[in-house]
Design a protein around this ligand. Structure first.
Ligand SMILES: [Zn+2]
Length: 72
């Protein structure tokens, strides 16, 4: 994913704050250091947690929060 995509996600999260929260609540450590939702590859190996989606949701949430603070 690119910085532009993070920016796009941030805009979406700024408009719908619940979206990031939902993503973050689903993409959690399954107890063995892997994401409970993300599967990769032909053998459906779970991605190590924090997975990319979790990481990008955090970044986008921070950006959205920043722009929210700037706009008020
Ligand atoms: Zn995940």
């Amino acid at each position: 994913m690119s910085a532009a995509l993070i920016q796009a996600l941030a805009q979406a999260f700024a408009q719908q704050p619940g979206m990031a929260v939902r993503l973050l609540s689903r993409h959690v450590d399954d107890g063995s250091g892997r994401c409970s939702v993300c599967f990769t590859g032909a053998h459906a190996v779970r991605q190590r947690w924090p997975c990319q989606i979790h990481w990008y949701a955090i970044q986008a949430q921070a950006l959205a929060e920043e722009s929210r603070l700037r706009s008020t």
